[in-house]
Write a protein that binds this ligand. Structure first.
Ligand SMILES: O=P(O)(O)OC[C@H]1O[C@H](O)[C@H](O)[C@@H](O)[C@@H]1O
Length: 558
């Protein structure tokens, strides 16, 4: 069916949904707007299905959500005798509506539903899947994307976001569903009365909080009077982070009024991604006003956390790679000191995360596993260890994109867990008269002056998509012998070379002196991402290399 036919069909079939009908009428005659909404269907990317809210097959709306749920239901009913699912959602526009709509579809397919009755962090959903012995789960969220997006993360029975094989099978099941004719639905309230849908109890939340507490590493007697500004960025972190920190003695917490309450419009941070400075603006203002030591900001579904620390020259933002190495080193150090380091410890990171982690791993005798981008691949490794009865060997996993997890109690990145660890690490070093910036400097001295930078190039719509594809194809077919005058020593094409990892559209260039450039299209946003690393003798020299590479790639992506 071409775009125009799909458009006509949607006008006819969605007439009962005022918001969608209005949008479809408004784009009448605008072929580009029609094409953008119908040229493809939403597909599984790095973090489930993700798309702009609105009408069409390439949009997040009640029909695409219900279609996905029907497909996932068909898959679950094939795989399990009596399937059950857990459902979570964040503060985004329609997240709660979509969660209820999905619950009604699962229920109509005879699948037992456990749904949170208020917004909760994504890691708490991962926890609930295992706690309630479910066959799977979903979270309605677009994580850190701008407000116009929503999404649908899918979990397996292991509490991990589905990886390659399951995603393929579920995608196939979804593709077979007609969104208008094949979706079964029941009434949400009626299904609640019948008990096929029920709310997840406080007891599960208590067990989640207790599990996060097991990640605590601080010995008794450390002063916890750290002045903290915590912002949930109008998202789900409010449900768990303050409670967790307070239960661990961090009681001096200020939460910015503007960002305290759930609000999917994110009025004071249109792009609620702690990776970008803009998202921390309000938090930084409050930190200055209250002269706080530490700022923490979690994204709308509270799986990633950003931080800034007070220094003599103002607040310094800590990047995902920097926080990752700080935490990794801290976890190893404390577990050795506390006598809780397991035998043959394992840590996991993604291929786009700083190679400095390998040096730390070597120092502490930790086996470091590299996986593709996506915390689901880190969660998968924990599952593999668990199958061998060795889940306790897992001590830490992290990604440059501000995702961290220090235990096997959930199988996705966990900003509740990470917020606690950051506060503990901060208090620990403060008790020794050091700031996190001082410690970072020490780590550079010990393990090498690794500097990294992420470049993101926006490519919106059907045209943008084609441009990204052609840039990747060009780079793949004519692999450069040098980048910005720096010799390429070797390269890996994760789509065609045998790497032992699933096939993925990623190109990695190893340059002279340990520098690296990794190029890949984002799986969550219309962007091409370039991850740069340099490891020179000092940080300034590394920064110069990064700058040179940055200029080169900015030209390249034009
Ligand atoms: O780079 P993208 O495909 O957009 O993914 C962005 C991020 O999405 C999720 O948060 C994944 O867990 C991360 O691994 C990934 O870095």
């Amino acid at each position: 069916m071409n775009c125009m036919d799909s458009y006509q069909l949607w006008i006819e079939k969605t007439a009962g949904e005022a918001e969608l009908a209005e949008e479809l009428t408004a784009i009448n005659g605008d072929s580009a707007a029609i094409e953008d909404r119908f040229y493809k269907e939403l597909e599984f990317g790095t973090g489930g299905l993700r798309g702009v809210l609105g009408a069409g097959t390439n949009r997040m709306n009640v029909f695409t959500v219900s279609k996905a749920t029907q497909g996932y239901s068909n898959y679950l009913n094939q795989q399990f005798e009596k399937p059950s699912v857990a459902i979570g959602y964040d503060s985004r526009i329609h997240s709660d509506d979509f969660a209820r709509a999905a619950a009604a579809v699962f229920a109509a397919n005879g699948i037992q539903v456990h749904i949170y009755d208020h917004l909760m962090p994504t890691p708490a959903l991962s926890f609930a899947v295992r706690d309630l012995h479910c066959s799977g789960g979903i979270v309605l969220t677009a994580s850190h994307n701008p407000a116009k997006y929503n999404g649908y993360k899918v979990y397996g029975a292991d509490g991990c976001q589905i990886t390659t094989e399951a995603a393929k099978a579920i995608q196939t099941a979804i593709n077979e569903v007609d969104p208008f004719d094949d979706v079964k639905r029941t009434d949400f309230e009626l299904a609640m009365e019948n008990g096929i849908i029920n709310y997840i109890g406080e007891d599960t939340i208590d067990r989640y909080q207790a599990a996060v507490s097991t990640a605590s590493l601080l010995p008794e007697g450390i002063d916890k009077n750290v002045a903290i500004v915590y912002t949930p960025l109008n998202g789900a972190g409010i449900s768990c982070v303050p409670r967790c920190l307070k239960e661990h003695g961090f009681t001096n917490i200020t939460i910015p009024d503007e960002q305290k309450n759930p609000d999917g419009h994110f009025p004071t941070c249109p792009y609620p991604n702690p990776e970008v400075r803009e998202a921390l603006k309000v938090g930084l203002r409050w930190a200055e006003k209250t002269q706080s030591d530490l700022l923490l900001a979690t994204d709308p579904d509270c799986d990633r956390v950003g931080a800034a620390v007070k220094t003599t020259s103002g607040y310094t933002l800590i990047s995902g790679n920097q926080m990752g190495v700080l935490l990794f080193d801290f976890v190893c150090k404390m577990r050795q000191a506390n006598g809780t380091m397991p035998k043959n410890p394992v840590a996991v990171k993604t291929i786009v995360t700083t190679p400095m982690a390998a040096k730390i791993a070597e120092h502490y005798g930790v086996q470091l596993i590299d996986v593709l981008t996506g915390f689901k691949f880190i969660g998968e490794q924990i599952g593999l260890l668990e199958k061998k009865g060795e889940a306790d060997r897992y001590i830490f996993g992290f990604e440059e994109s501000y995702g961290y997890l220090s235990g096997s109690f959930v199988r996705d990145k966990d900003a509740v867990n990470a917020s606690l660890l950051i506060c503990e690490m901060f208090a620990w070093y403060k008790s020794q008269g050091k700031s996190l910036v001082d410690v970072l400097e020490e780590l550079y001295q010990e393990y090498g002056c690794y500097e990294s930078k992420l470049l993101s190039f926006q490519f919106e719509g059907a045209d943008g998509f084609a441009k990204m594809q052609s840039l990747m194809t060009e780079l793949r077919t004519n692999r450069p012998a040098e980048l910005a005058g720096i010799a390429v020593e070797c390269s890996i094409d994760y789509l065609n070379d045998d790497t032992g990892l699933p096939k993925s559209n990623v190109l990695r260039f190893f340059l002279k002196n340990g520098a690296e450039a990794v190029v890949r299209p984002s799986g969550t946003e219309p962007k091409l991402k370039v991850y740069l690393t340099a490891a020179e003798k000092d940080i300034t020299a590394s920064q110069i290399v990064i700058h040179t590479l940055k200029e080169f790639f900015e030209q390249w992506a034009r």
